[in-house]
Write a protein that binds this ligand. Structure first.
Ligand code: PRP
Ligand code: URA
Length: 216
């Protein structure tokens, strides 16, 4: 699928990711396994998502000689899980990016109107020059992720990379339209077929929050 505009869309294409996704989708997979797999998948997707993380050159001494290398630049990247389901992705992400700062956004989708509401926000006030990594397992209509992206740019974020386990074409298109020429990258474990009449991703994996944490 071709999406014009500035946004980059990367859909994983790796047998290990597809294998783990298959188990994740299976309705018989219990919460503990679902949580473990989500964490593993995020670490694999984060490898791609952090490809453009800013680094600065440094000089170090090995036991043998002096050489140059890199370290992650200041200001440090900001990782933003979208509660509730995005929390299941946090450990897998910080494993790969241990020096990142973490901020939180709480959003719930009204299951009738499919409109998101923001019920919690704990982010640095000023995000100038920050690279932000948003974590949300499901990109369905794109309402939640779109609101999160707007929020971060309104605070001054330099660029936003969203990591989603599954995306629907409808959601990718909605985000594409919304972001315009802002610097946004989308990294997906898989691009699924469509949304059903209830706004669920097909074939999908059901309600990610419920499968991670049980029904609230
Ligand atoms: C789910 C999911 C996304 C959102 C996707 O969260 O984790 O945040 O729905 O749907 P959208 O693309 O149509 O906005 P939900 O609102 O169910 O909250 P939860 O994480 O607390 O379960
Ligand atoms: N949110 C979910 O958890 N699953 C979907 O399929 C769509 C939105």
């Amino acid at each position: 699928m071709f999406y014009p505009g500035h946004m980059r869309v990367h859909v994983a294409d790796h047998p290990l990711i597809t294998h783990k996704l298959t188990v994740l989708r299976d309705e018989n997979t219990p919460s503990p396994v679902f949580r473990q797999l989500t964490e593993e998948l995020v670490t694999l997707l984060a490898y791609e998502a952090t490809r453009s993380v800013r680094v600065s050159e440094i000089t170090i001494r090995t036991p043998v000689t002096t050489t140059t290398g890199v370290r992650i630049s200041e200001p440090r990247p900001l990782v933003v899980p979208i509660l509730r389901a995005g929390l299941g992705m946090l450990d897998g992400m910080v494993k790969l990016l241990p020096t990142a700062e973490v901020g939180f956004l709480g959003m719930a989708r009204n299951e009738e109107t499919l409109e998101p509401t923001t019920y919690a926000e704990r982010l640095p006030v000023d995000l100038s020059d920050r690279q932000c990594f948003v974590l949300d397992p499901m990109l369905a209509t794109g309402g939640s992720l779109g609101a999160a992206i707007d929020f971060l740019f309104a605070r001054g974020a330099q660029d936003v990379t969203a990591i989603c386990i599954l995306g629907a074409p409808e959601g990718v298109e909605a985000i594409q339209k919304q972001v315009g020429d802002r610097d946004v990258t989308l990294v997906l474990g898989a691009l699924d077929e469509r949304l059903n009449e209830k706004g669920y991703i097909v074939p999908g994996l059901g309600d990610a929050g419920d499968r991670l944490y049980g029904t609230v």
